[in-house]
Design a protein around this ligand. Structure first.
Ligand SMILES: [Cu+2]
Length: 241
């Protein structure tokens, strides 16, 4: 079960964007989930486990990085796996990704977002990867590494600037519209506060969800919208991990 799907089910009316959590190598050579559907404006959080990484590839060259695509950087550069690689979804085109470590890709450590079924689907991608040699991108790109603490701070700042400006979903759509649609994702990860908190009390409860307890989050989800909700949701989702 996808945490974001869980949250969407719990708060259907308030949620306009979602956070998709993907475990990278938590139990063997897998992305979990290996495929998922995401909408423009959503956020993908790759939770890295030792000693894996995640790189955006292409169907035609399964274990080779896509030029301009995302890469988490090597696991050794991610604070012993405490960090999470956060990627913004800027189009709904198919995105293929793989682990660039050793022969993980050839051995099935591949995944995808918004993949079609059939001959460009995940099974076909994994099959094509079997005979491929992995190459690793040169360095982190297309997203940001965040600790849990940074993600919590991000949630709090989103709610704070939302209550200061009062205008909201505009900046979320502007941010997601500015990225290259071909890569499907962008590296501009820090949301500059786009929640439309309706009352000062609402921003207070959003900030509460950043703390390691989840009780205040429901109020924040109801009161907010747009990216602020995604950020508030992240506070909740992170807590489940
Ligand atoms: Cu791996």
């Amino acid at each position: 079960m996808h945490y974001s799907a869980l949250l969407l089910a719990a708060f259907p009316s308030a949620v306009l964007s979602a956070v998709h959590l993907v475990d990278v190598g938590e139990s063997g050579l897998t992305f979990s989930p290996s495929t998922f559907t995401a909408k423009k404006g959503d956020t993908v959080v790759f939770h890295l486990y030792a000693s894996h990484d995640v790189a955006q590839g292409t169907f035609d060259k399964p274990c080779t990085p896509l030029s301009g695509g995302f890469y988490s950087g090597p696991f050794s550069g991610t604070d012993s796996g405490n960090k999470k690689f956060v990627v913004n979804v800027t189009s709904e085109d198919p995105v293929y990704f793989y682990c660039s470590v050793g022969k993980h890709c050839a051995n099935g450590m591949v995944g995808g977002m918004n993949l079609p079924t059939g001959d460009k689907g995940i099974e076909a991608f994994a099959a094509a990867a079997k005979s491929a040699t992995s190459s690793t991108p040169s360095g982190l790109s297309g997203g940001k590494l965040e600790t849990d603490q940074e993600l919590a701070a991000l949630t709090a700042s989103a709610s704070a600037s939302a209550s200061a400006s009062g205008s909201a979903s505009k900046s979320a759509s502007a941010a997601s519209g500015s990225a290259s649609p071909s890569a499907g994702v962008s590296g501009s990860s820090k949301p500059s506060g786009s929640a439309a908190a309706t009352t000062p009390a609402a921003s207070g409860s959003a900030a509460a969800s950043a703390a390691p307890k989840s009780t205040g989050a429901a109020d924040a989800l109801v009161a907010g919208q747009g990216y602020g909700v995604a950020a508030a949701m992240f506070g909740v989702a992170a807590w489940f991990l």
